[in-house]
Ligand binder design. Structure first.
Ligand code: AOF
Ligand code: ZN
Length: 366
């Protein structure tokens, strides 16, 4: 039976899971709360790939009090031996009486087997408590674990008239401080950040995470078909985070060797002349990069969108108008002839950051 209490404790577990966002690599974020006789006796979150799962931390804390308790877990307890042993076995061994779960685990190695295992040992299982929230928290994991492809979040900051720079190329600053801080939170939460080589040439950005609190720097990925990246670009020289350059088999071997000597990883994606973007995503996935924040210029954004490689769009819009037919826009691609062809966003949300608006949505038919 589902009660109000279930939502109360699940919310606590979700908060713990959320606090680990950005630090679990291709693993999900998971929280667990163990409750015995009206008292929270154990709490835990999965913090890093290769370390204990949420249930293990919470059960260790609960000790003897896990016997007869209810465990609230934001993800179906695992049933497989991965880098760690199965959590469902541990819940059974501790004598937990009831397990309440938010979302099932889409990992083909689990996918319902965790529930089956608990039930077959007489544990009462309630599933689906705050399920939508739990699934949203793990949207990256939910894609990666079944496709082995990175989840791509496209972020742009534009003026009201959709420009990402003025007609003279000035782009500092379009959005306000609150928006820019939110962008750094997004960087912390993604394993990689991707831009086109034009952005490197124009702005020489560091592409690191800079927040009032310490954050994790994403791996920097530069799309550069002809290996035009300057050897003195910050992403080549500063060593704050690894850098991967995506290019093609046509790229000059001497330039590739020079970049590799400087510590950059060069990945050849297709025969050219342009980087094969679907193949690039596959190669990043093979390197256990489960999420990419695309901060590309308009052309890379357009190419990724029209290739159907964008999972989520986060658009910061500043209440400014700069005009200029030649001023670059957020999405420069060939474009469609009819409105029927337009890329539609699903599940649209709007937030405010200072004077800026932030629109989030999921492209439906890209
Ligand atoms: C849980 N609780 O806290 C997590 C789960 O290699 P491992 O051992 O870390 O296993 C990773 C898989 O386990 C991951 O793909 C997902 O299916 C599940 N993660 N399960 O019961 C947790 N992090
Ligand atoms: Zn587990």
């Amino acid at each position: 039976m589902q009660t109000m209490n279930d939502e109360f404790y699940m919310r606590l577990a979700l908060q713990m899971a959320a606090s680990a966002q950005g630090q679990t690599g291709v693993n999900p974020v998971v929280g667990c709360v163990v409750v015995n006789d009206g008292r929270v006796v154990g709490m835990g979150a999965h913090l890093q790939m290769g370390t204990a799962h949420a249930e293990v931390h919470a059960l260790n804390m609960a000790g003897q009090q896990a016997k007869g308790a209810t465990a609230y877990v934001t993800l179906e307890p695992c049933s497989h031996h991965g880098r760690t042993p199965p959590c469902s076995d541990r819940l059974i061994a501790e004598g937990v009486k009831r397990v309440v779960v938010a979302a099932s685990d889409p990992n083909p190695l689990v996918a319902g087997r965790g529930f089956d295992r608990l039930r077959s040992h007489g544990i009462e299982v309630t599933a689906g408590v705050l399920g939508d929230e739990a699934r949203e928290l793990n949207e990256v994991f939910n894609k990666y674990i079944v496709t082995r492809l990175p989840y791509v979040t496209l972020k742009t900051a534009s003026t009201l008239d959709g420009k990402i720079a003025t007609r003279t190329g000035q782009s500092k600053w379009i959005s306000g401080e609150a928006s820019r801080e939110a962008v750094h939170t997004l960087r912390h939460r993604h394993q990689a950040i991707m831009v086109g080589v034009d952005t490197i040439a124009a702005d020489d950005p560091q592409l690191t995470t800079r927040l009032p609190v310490p954050g994790l720097h994403p791996i920097r990925v530069v799309v550069d078909s002809a290996l035009r990246i300057p050897m003195d670009a910050k992403v080549v020289t500063d060593k704050t985070a690894p850098t991967i350059v995506l290019t093609t088999e046509q790229a000059d071997p001497a330039r590739a060797a020079a970049l590799e000597a400087a510590g950059v990883t060069v990945l050849r994606c297709g025969t050219g002349p342009k980087v094969d973007l679907p193949l690039a995503m596959k190669q990043l996935g093979e390197k256990e990069i489960g999420s990419v924040l695309l901060e590309g210029g308009g052309r890379l954004n357009g190419a990724m969108l029209s290739a159907g490689l964008v999972d989520k769009i986060v658009l910061f819009i500043a209440p400014k108008i700069v005009g200029g037919a030649a001023a670059p826009g957020s999405f420069s691609f060939e474009g469609f002839d009819t409105m029927d062809e337009a890329v539609l966003l699903d599940r649209v949300k709007m937030e405010r950051y200072g004077d800026d608006m932030c629109i989030t949505g999921y492209p439906l038919n890209a």
